[in-house]
Design a protein around this ligand. Structure first.
Ligand SMILES: [Zn+2]
Length: 194
């Protein structure tokens, strides 16, 4: 029975993957990730947030807060600081999560400083550079333009296309840049929605 089912199942997975999900589906997964984070299942929350981060055309600003806070819980303090700062830059004091973002930014900065003090520079560099192994690949599909090399933005009258500022139109990121993107430090131009 298994031999009959699995090819169909595979086909189903691939055909699902080929379709772009609706925006509401991404927001649903973001909310689900939020619930998981509140419940203390940070690893599962990370899976949801990364799915949205890697697949959604324009990354919602609130995701910068959620991903940043969850990174604190996962002890990825530098990543946490970067994303929370990004959230605060974009939303200022008016953000829905302003107070929490300030609080967790403080937590992460404190812990990061502690870590910096206790680690030698080369050790901390090794920690930073190997968070995402890119599955052994040297190049990763750019999470911003999804490999197309262009991004589009909805203007008042029409859709504007522009060269992806992260992958410079190539559609791919080196594994190193992919790590920097995930840490929130690869930002030639900000692609987050306001
Ligand atoms: Zn790109």
């Amino acid at each position: 029975m298994r031999f009959i089912i699995s090819p169909f199942l595979l086909f189903f997975i691939f055909s699902l993957h080929g379709q772009s999900l609706s925006e509401s589906e991404y927001y649903r997964r973001m909310d689900y990730g939020h619930q998981l984070m509140i419940a203390g299942d940070y690893q599962a929350a990370q899976t949801e947030f990364m799915f949205v981060l890697e697949n959604m055309a324009v990354i919602p600003t609130n995701l910068a807060y959620l991903f940043g806070r969850n990174s604190f819980h996962l002890a990825l303090y530098k990543q946490s600081v970067n994303w929370l700062n990004k959230y605060l830059q974009l939303k200022g004091t008016k953000g829905q999560y302003y107070k929490e973002a300030i609080q967790y930014l403080q937590f992460s900065e404190d812990r990061y400083m502690e870590l910096q003090r206790s680690l030698k520079q080369d050790q901390s560099n090794a920690l930073i550079s190997s968070k995402y192994d890119c599955g052994g690949l040297s190049k990763m599909i750019c999470p911003v333009c999804k490999g197309s090399g262009v991004i589009f933005k909805q203007g008042i009258f029409d859709i504007h296309y522009q060269t992806c500022p992260y992958s410079s139109g190539e559609g791919y990121l080196s594994c190193k840049d992919y790590n920097l993107f995930m840490m929130g430090v690869l930002s030639p131009q900000d692609s987050l929605s306001r």
